[in-house]
Ligand binder design. Structure first.
Ligand SMILES: NC(=O)c1ccc[n+]([C@@H]2O[C@H](COP(=O)([O-])OP(=O)(O)OC[C@H]3O[C@@H](n4cnc5c(N)ncnc54)[C@H](OP(=O)(O)O)[C@@H]3O)[C@@H](O)[C@H]2O)c1
Length: 283
């Protein structure tokens, strides 16, 4: 019986697919476009089916014959608003266990403009009648891939807040936590917050990428106004303001959670390891 992985063409989903295959599970992948290069690059053994969260009925073929699924809470760039319909379809199709990769900052109120759009999905999952596991990671190491073009072209990273300190997490560790929740007992009703094993300052992450590619990378620190301009075409305005607000608290994301080690039995991968794994993206 296949395990359905949504977001399989993405950072965490891609790692999850490889880990499930390595553990001899049958994998079905959902994508909006099976002809896209990312979908075509999925391993041969994966059954790739089309479906779009924005039109929940399109998920019916992917859900057929599935009892376990991984749900990435994405709809393009925005939060997943069709979650309740997707959950009902999944339940009707026979899904019993679901892992949910999403966003949550428990320190923020339910009416916070960044948090509010996510919370109804969390409640819908918890009330779905399925065995659910929420996975709410810290900041991804993979976000630093946004720097790849600047590093390849000029050997420079332009970003604000060089002292921003974050327990960046490797996608393979997030995927390993999800793998455990999908394939082992004892994870139902749990909320995991995978982080990396140590906080990393932004300017140090830049240096470690330089070490991994064998040439120095310069860090040009932007002011908040310069960052607004730099990010204008990359992120929605409210997300930019959220990034800038977070950046005012340099150690705001430095908290290291024990979850990766508790679930997988070993410490999370370091940023140095991530940079070595992905050095070719920056060359
Ligand atoms: N980045 C961070 O620092 C961070 C931190 C905490 C939590 N998160 C959470 O992590 C998740 C993102 O994971 P990721 O970085 O692995 O994703 P990603 O690399 O950005 O990939 C997004 C995936 O979502 C799929 N997708 C997007 N819209 C879809 C739709 N309408 N219907 C079906 N599939 C759709 C895409 O599939 P196709 O394009 O193939 O259709 C793709 O596989 C989000 O829930 C986010 O809140 C991220």
């Amino acid at each position: 019986m296949p395990i359905l992985v949504t977001g399989a063409t993405g950072t965490v989903g891609g790692s999850l697919v490889r880990q499930l295959l390595a553990a001899n599970h049958e994998v079905r992948a959902l994508t909006r476009d099976p002809a896209s290069p990312a979908a075509a690059a999925l391993p041969r053994e994966v059954e790739v089916l089309a479906g779009d969260f924005a039109r929940p009925h399109t998920l019916a073929p992917a859900l057929r014959g599935v009892t376990r699924m991984h749900l990435v809470a994405m709809d393009g760039y925005g939060p997943l608003t069709t979650g309740p319909e997707i959950l009902e379809l999944a339940r009707q199709a026979g899904v019993r266990r679901i892992t949910h990769l999403g966003h949550n900052d428990p320190s923020r109120a339910d009416d916070d403009p960044i948090e509010a759009p996510h919370r109804p999905l969390h409640r819908a999952i918890e009330n779905s009648g399925l065995d659910w596991t929420h996975v709410f990671p810290g900041e991804f190491m993979a976000n630093t891939r946004d720097w790849a073009a600047g590093i390849r072209a000029e050997g420079v990273v332009r970003a604000p807040f060089g002292d921003w300190n974050s327990a960046l997490v490797h996608e393979a560790d997030i995927a390993e936590v999800i793998l455990a929740a999908l394939t082992e007992e004892g994870h139902a009703g749990r909320v995991y917050q995978p982080t990396g094993p140590e906080p990393v300052r932004r300017r140090d992450a830049v240096r470690m990428i330089g070490d991994a590619i064998g040439r120095p990378v310069r860090f040009d620190e932007l002011t908040p106004d310069q960052a607004r301009e730099h990010w204008r075409d990359l992120y929605p305005a409210e997300v930019i303001e959220w990034f800038l607000e977070m950046g005012q608290h340099p150690d705001g994301n430095a908290w290291v959670a024990p979850d990766v080690e508790q679930v997988t039995g070993r410490p999370g991968r370091t940023f140095r390891q991530w940079a070595a794994d992905h050095a070719d993206d920056f060359r």
